[in-house]
Design a protein. Structure first.
Length: 139
């Protein structure tokens, strides 16, 4: 299958999930994974914007070591996309405003709440799995 077609399939897979999985190295030096709400914004399959709590262990760990993995899985079709890359903790209020949703008031007072945090995951590669076949794409 052509890489452009695979990228379109991955984009659709990402857009149709409710959650994804973020993996990172914790403060003790071990890999750990957290379930995250699906990205609020993405630019192709290179950049993904996620929300979380500023005070969370993952944010502290990612500030110390920004290398991470982001995984999307579609259970009914048994397809997955495993991204490797880095995470940046975004401080830019304009981006926070863009990513903010009204439903976020469940977790935060407003988009200026100090505990409201945006993570930008920038992918360097993706491994796509479907029908017992894996395809690697460098980004």
């Amino acid at each position: 299958m052509e890489p452009d077609k695979i990228i379109q399939i991955i984009e659709s897979l990402v857009d149709h999930q409710d959650v994804c999985f973020l993996s990172f190295i914790n403060d003790a030096g071990f890999p750990t994974t957290r379930t995250m709400l699906n990205p609020r914004k993405r630019q192709g399959i290179k950049e993904f914007y996620l929300t979380t709590n500023s005070a969370s262990q993952k944010v502290q760990s990612l500030l110390a070591n920004p290398r991470a993995g982001l995984y999307f899985y579609d259970r009914p079709t048994y397809r997955g996309a495993a991204f490797t890359g880095t995470v940046e903790v975004i401080q830019d209020q304009a981006i926070k405003d863009e990513i903010w949703r009204d439903m976020d008031t469940i977790f935060y007072e407003s988009n200026t709440d100090p505990n409201y945090c945006v993570l930008k995951f920038t992918a360097t590669a993706v491994r796509y799995y479907q029908d017992y076949t894996s395809t690697n794409i460098d980004l």
